[in-house]
Design a binder for this molecule. Structure first.
Ligand SMILES: *Cc1c(COP(=O)(O)O)cnc(C)c1O
Length: 495
């Protein structure tokens, strides 16, 4: 399997090369030349436990030996990093406490937050360092990452003290939740660097892309035997491992008897950079019977507008919402979908327009996707309503849950839904408490931990160990810089 750039000016490379480089040399993203078919009947595949399934799905995408692949998968998913025995359980929690409908049994949640940092980024970032190490030449890698909140911590955890690698994270200083920030600035390890940026996520992401495409800097780095790579979802090594849990979720429902193998399912995905939902698209292309991929946006509804009108326009106000990991106006991975739906020439034109005018248009239909937008008020209502029925959701998951309900209203399509549950409510305790209308007070100076305590008293959710530990962790990373200084700060610390 070769990987080509979405923009067409990078001759095919192997998976290992694509994983190490992160971004293609022409500024495009690496995509598999073709999406492979399953190596065995769906029914057989769905019976596999997570690690065996991951190997079966990843094998055709990667030029790794059997042992290399098995080692990567084992280290990521069976070393106790995930606290749930199923890694990514599907739960069907909603009790019908009113007579409002028959659809509740048809709404399932795929929980992707049982990893070390309590958000779905752990699913792919737990394996990425191992894929990179298996791919790396002798160069020392500097992993550069822009984060809207969750990627940063998951990357720091994943790469912490990995030999021959440094991990650098830029986060928007006032664009992440308290808990997210706290998780990052307390990060331990001798190879971890965390910088606040005075700007939003898009500024941080643009800054990182600029560092990547700075030829002079790359030369300086090469001279000292170092090389940049990316842990963002622009790296194909982030994307591929996410395909696995779409199959795994479907398999769990089949095993429970909630569906027969071959029945259609809809996935509702809380979307920001379009990485998670794109993995769902790959799963569908590989043969998983997905009817629709429902793309749920918060108030930064640039993708909703795109799926409705064919026009992508980032020239608009940026909203800081209670689902900060989706506060994104430039969804990088959409470029990959555009490539699959059109061709390199069209992608070049669209990305050119996006760079010069901040907008582009396409007439191409994308029938696999359906866009919905959830307001802040609707997000809070969704948290409140679901909690009454017995399930406490984080705000990102709530954006998706609401979108799934709205989708049924708009289309009448009652195909069972799997809502992707992307974060633990404890990562966003204050906002969840507010949505639940809970009055809570705190004494002392640790408001975040008091909120965690209050949420644990209102819900019957166990407080994850990773949150408990944060209470006593000292702050280790304090640098905050303007966007223009990102390169300078990086160079002064790393090179
Ligand atoms: C990153 C993230 C998202 C958005 O996922 P994308 O792959 O960027 O679309 C949604 N929810 C949470 C909690 C996240 O961390």
């Amino acid at each position: 399997m070769r990987y080509v750039s979405t923009r067409g000016n990078d001759k095919g490379v192997t998976a290992k090369e694509a994983i190490i480089r992160g971004l293609a040399q022409d500024g495009g993203l690496y995509v598999p030349e073709a999406i492979p078919n399953l190596d065995r009947p769906l029914e057989a595949l769905l019976k596999l436990p997570y690690t065996a399934l991951a190997q079966a799905i990843l094998r055709p995408f990667l030029d790794f030996s059997e042992t290399e692949l098995a080692t990567c998968v084992e280290k990521a998913y069976s070393s106790g990093r995930f606290t749930h025995p199923k890694i990514a359980p599907v739960v069907t929690p909603l009790k019908n406490t009113d007579n409002s409908g028959t659809m509740n049994e048809n709404i399932h949640f795929l929980e992707l937050f049982h990893g070390p940092t309590l958000a779905f980024k752990d699913m792919a970032l737990s394996i990425l360092p191992h894929l990179m190490k298996a791919s790396a030449s002798k160069q020392e890698l500097i992993i550069l990452t822009a984060t809207s909140g969750d990627t940063g911590k998951a990357a720091l955890e994943a790469f912490c003290d990995v030999e021959g690698v440094s991990i650098v994270v830029f986060y928007p200083e006032s664009g992440v939740s308290n808990m997210q920030k706290r998780q990052m600035v307390t990060q331990e390890g001798n190879n971890t660097y965390v910088f606040g940026v005075k700007g939003n996520f898009d500024d941080a992401q643009t800054g990182v892309k600029k560092i990547f495409s700075d030829p002079a800097l790359a030369k300086d780095m090469a001279q000292v035997g170092k090389m940049f790579s990316s842990a963002n979802s622009i790296n194909i090594g982030r994307l591929l491992p996410q395909i696995v849990y779409y199959f795994y979720a479907y398999g769990q429902l089949a095993q429970k008897g909630s569906l027969k193998v071959g029945d259609e399912i809809n996935f509702v995905v809380p979307t920001g950079n379009f990485g998670n939902i794109l993995a769902g698209y790959y799963a569908k292309e590989m043969g998983l019977p997905i009817r629709k991929l429902i793309c749920a946006s918060n108030d930064n509804k640039v993708l909703y507008d795109f799926f409705r009108t064919g026009e992508y326009d980032k020239n608009r106000a940026f909203h800081c919402t209670i689902s900060p990991s989706m506060d994104i106006l430039v969804s990088s991975n959409l470029e990959r979908l555009l490539f699959h739906a059109t061709d390199t020439k069209s992608v070049q034109e669209m990305m050119g327009d996006l760079a010069s005018q901040g907008r582009f248009e396409t007439q191409v239909n994308m029938p696999d996707f359906y866009g919905i937008h959830t307001s802040e008020e609707e997000t809070c209502q969704a948290i409140f309503e679901c909690a009454k029925k017995g399930y406490v959701m984080d705000p990102h998951t709530a954006v998706a849950y609401h979108a799934g309900q709205r989708y049924i209203e708009e289309t009448g399509d009652i195909t069972p839904q799997i809502v992707i549950s992307t974060a633990s409510p404890y990562k966003f305790s204050e906002d969840v408490l507010k949505a639940l209308n809970v009055d809570w007070e705190y004494a002392g100076n640790d408001k975040d931990m008091a909120a965690v305590q209050a949420l644990s008293e209102t819900s019957d959710l166990v407080v994850p160990e990773a949150v408990v530990q944060l209470a006593n962790q000292p702050v280790r990373h304090t640098i905050v810089c303007p966007v223009e200084d990102m390169t300078r700060v990086l160079v002064s610390k790393i090179i």
